[in-house]
Design a protein around this ligand. Structure first.
Ligand code: MN
Length: 135
């Protein structure tokens, strides 16, 4: 099923790569180059899925997660971190920070595509925060 997917990412090369891979699978892509643009795009466009970089100048991924998950209007939109989880405990930190799941960087084109389909097939994340919702 084609989905409308918002990608929030400050690195232009990563933004283009993810957009290209998503479009190649038939999805409609909305792009935001920073956190503020990303928040505005969520409110305006109501995407089916949000992929969000964690490390960004200005509003970072954790602040975006806090805002989106704190608003009833955007809480149910799946929010997935796209990040290089290098340190022990990073995965837990991302999930505890309000993200519904994460995808690893660097982006592997085949794995990325399969993970996206897997996430979309799951539908909205569960209301119960104890349940996992990951690719
Ligand atoms: Mn970044």
């Amino acid at each position: 099923m084609p989905a409308r997917i918002l990608v929030i990412e400050d690195n232009p090369a990563n933004l283009e790569l993810m957009s290209y891979l998503l479009r190649a699978r038939g999805h409609q892509v909305l792009k935001a180059g920073n956190g503020l643009e990303g928040l505005a795009a969520v409110q305006r466009e109501r995407p089916d899925l949000v992929l969000c970089d964690v490390q960004m100048p200005g509003l970072d991924g954790f602040e975006i997660a806090q805002r989106l998950k704190g608003e009833p209007a955007s809480r149910a939109i799946p929010l997935v971190a796209v990040t290089a989880l290098a340190m022990v405990g990073d995965r837990e930190r991302v999930l505890a920070g309000g993200f519904d799941g994460y995808l690893p960087k660097p982006i592997d084109p085949l794995r990325f595509g399969l993970d996206i389909e897997s996430l979309l097939a799951k539908g909205p994340p569960p209301e119960d925060p104890g349940r996992q919702w990951e690719a």
